[in-house]
Design a protein around this ligand. Sequence first.
Ligand code: AVJ
Length: 351
Amino acid sequence: MLRDPVDSQADPSAAHVGLGEPPPRAVRGGDPIRRTRSAERALETMVADVRQALARRPLPELPCKYFYDERGSALFEEITRLPEYYQTRTESAILEAHAAAIVEAIRPRQLAELGSGAGRKIRSFLDAMRCHGRLQSVVLLEINEVYLRESTAALQADYPEARVRGIVGDFVHDLPALGPGGGRLLLFLAGTVGNLHPDELPAFFRQAAAVLAPGDGFVVGVDLVKDPARLHAAYNDAAGVTAEFNRNILRVLNDRLGADFDPSDFDHVAFYDPARQWIEMRLRARHLVKARVPAAGVELALAAGDEIRTELSCKYTRASLAARLEGSGLVIERWITDPECLFASALLRRT
Ligand code: AVJ
């Protein structure tokens, strides 16, 4: 297969890995998947994350990245098809209509995505890049190696002219693994940016800017501040899928850390906090609950009504996002919304 000589020569994944790291296996014709150091230590990381989050007071937490085992990912897929959950279909429509113009503006040779790359959305961009004859490489950064392998293989099959590779890692710790930018369009879709605490955003954007060269683009999917009733409905669907998704995080702890949670001991709680402009998801103990997470050395005792916070999903306006971008080296170049202003695709440009 023909590979882009520039890209393979300066394989950006190799540069930032650090000493002591085994060389990337993503050599020509070899395994296109590489693990970051933090991915190699996924279980240790999870143990430390969970121990720290559950120790928070007054409100114990669990990191929302642990929702997405196989069952959790399937439940999220189901959420995206719910009538109340407008985000996925709204973003898809925006990108179908505007990906070509974004590609026109940035003229990238490489598409990089934070998250799965399994969806149709990335294909809107790939098709536009292919039209321009400039599609040279694709890099996916994804925490779940199984999904990463599937989406990498599927994209490689459908876009044989591109070099498609994957990095197992997460978007908070492993952005540097993407290597230096230049001709890069980075995607962070689905409103996942909302899962970061607003205070974490400036550092996140600075890190993203560091893997982009001046002129490179960054498309961020942003769920917008809107009628609280609409938000409430999206996280409290009538079919109860979001409730199952929420409780699933306990099953993940049971499976991976040997915890002994009974998910049916907990009620799903999701509410909009208008002052913070975020949705919070919590699990509320229905009665006295005692649970152990042996791998993390945690023994948890919750009284009836006690809660664990499992997710923040922050909502933004153009102005509130711009405020978080200040000093990052990224500016909003286009702000594209649907007619109802439910969701925005922000095209950020590296200055
Ligand atoms: C995929 C993170 C954007 O916050 O809306 C869906 C996850 N949580 N329902 C979101 C989710 C509850 C979703 N993100």
